[in-house]
Design a protein around this ligand. Structure first.
Ligand code: KG4
Ligand code: ZN
Length: 379
């Protein structure tokens, strides 16, 4: 099986071809950082136009690198939400055109599901597992029971984690995208210099609130003006430490819920190596004999590329008896290999779409999750 994946939901245009065994045959990506950095963030109209300009060429490159013709494909998978609607439409229309002309199944992929399933591509994780999804638009804790089967345990009531990184970077003059810039600046900083808030830390649930933290960073920054590089590094380190504490506390709570709800001891890993190293069809992943006695925490989304946070979560997992699975950074940030892989998983289950598939700005993984108190919920 060979599936073409297309990703255009934010500021990366990407195309990839992945095999049914989870081999990444090609994975090309073009970032729009140069187009957006003068504005300090992603400008939706610029993003959509930039996708139009490069997508055809990237698909051609991905197909050539994979040594695949359209006739050899078994399906065309494309992000059809959630995301910036103009960009999503560019990818979706392109995928529909390819699928129609070559008479291939179209798979309309939820971008968040693709992040969620990427750990099965890289590490062959079996269902169920706990997922901490931390990206530019989302901050959620979910139980992943299967393809299209998610229970949301927690979400943010205001900013997403990546958004908090990006806004912090912007107000400290560190440029865009903010996450890698804050992480780099924090390396030489003192995480204890500023006593920043840990919002909702002691509330007995798995929800997040991060806008107050960002405001606290702004207040400290204003007091420091003019800021030195040392001030900036200390503020970034203190900010990152606060995020680490909040993510660890909420994920720790979610682990307890996960273990008691799923009764998972002994059921979560297939052992070392990615899906491409497994024997037999990937559709069997969920039913194979488990080799590890420990439940699994998967982190995915762009913020999962952050090494400080990975270490923090790794310590949490050691304390709680979980295995931590983080896809490599290039497969945590947006990419098309994860879209193609989600396409493989759906295709195996016969979950295909047709040309009526809509582009969706919002598309929650657990539509039945109860609303969370607080303004501007990004569920
Ligand atoms: O998953 P992603 O590429 O796009 C979305 O689906 O949103 O995530 C992008 C987010 C941005 O907010 C970016 O600043 C953040 O991930 N990010 C990081 C790091 N690398 C990317 N945040 C913290 N540390 C990083 N190293
Ligand atoms: Zn993403």
């Amino acid at each position: 099986m060979r599936v073409l994946g297309i990703e255009t939901s934010c500021d990366e245009t990407a195309a990839a071809v992945v095999s049914g065994e989870g081999e990444i045959l090609s994975n090309v990506i073009r970032s729009q950082i140069d187009e957006h950095s003068p504005y300090g963030g992603v400008v939706p109209e610029i993003a959509a136009r930039a996708h139009v300009e490069v997508l055809d060429g990237l698909i051609e490159q991905a197909m050539a690198e994979a040594g695949t013709g359209f006739a050899d494909l078994d399906g065309v998978a494309v992000t059809s939400g959630p995301g910036l609607i103009g960009g999503v439409m560019v990818g979706l229309m392109t995928a529909k055109a390819i699928a129609s002309v070559h008479q291939k199944p179209l798979i309309a992929v939820n971008h968040l599901e693709a992040h969620a399933l990427s750990a099965r591509l890289t590490d062959g994780v079996a269902f169920p597992y706990l997922l901490l999804l931390v990206s530019g638009g989302h901050c959620q804790l979910l139980i992943v029971r299967g393809v299209g089967d998610f229970t949301r345990l927690g979400t943010t009531i205001d900013d997403a984690v990546g958004e908090a990184f990006d806004k912090t970077a912007k107000l400290l003059g560190l440029g865009y995208p903010g996450g890698p810039a804050v992480e780099a600046a924090a390396v030489d900083g003192d995480p204890d210099r500023f006593d920043l808030p840990r919002p909702l830390l002691n509330r007995d649930d798995c929800h997040f609130s991060l806008s107050g933290l960002k405001t606290a960073v702004r207040r400290e920054a204003e007091k420091l003006e003019p800021m030195t590089d040392k001030d900036r590094a200390d503020l970034c380190a203190s900010f990152q430490a606060a995020i680490g504490d909040v993510l660890a506390a909420k994920t720790g709570r979610a682990m307890e819920t996960f273990v008691s709800e799923e009764k998972v001891a002994g059921a979560a890993m297939l052992g070392e190596g990615g899906a491409h190293r497994q024997q037999g069809p990937v559709g069997d992943l969920g039913t194979k004999t488990a080799l590890s006695p420990r439940p699994v925490l998967v982190t995915a989304g762009g913020v999962a590329a952050n090494q400080f946070l990975r270490n923090r979560l790794s310590n949490l997992c050691a304390d709680k008896g979980f295995n931590l699975v983080c896809p490599p950074p290039a497969l945590c940030t947006d990419n098309a290999a994860m879209i193609a892989w989600a396409g493989v998983e759906r295709l195996r289950l016969g979950l295909v779409d047709d040309v009526s598939a809509p582009a969706r700005a919002r598309w929650p993984l657990d539509p039945g999750a109860p609303p969370v108190g607080g303004a501007g919920v990004k569920a």
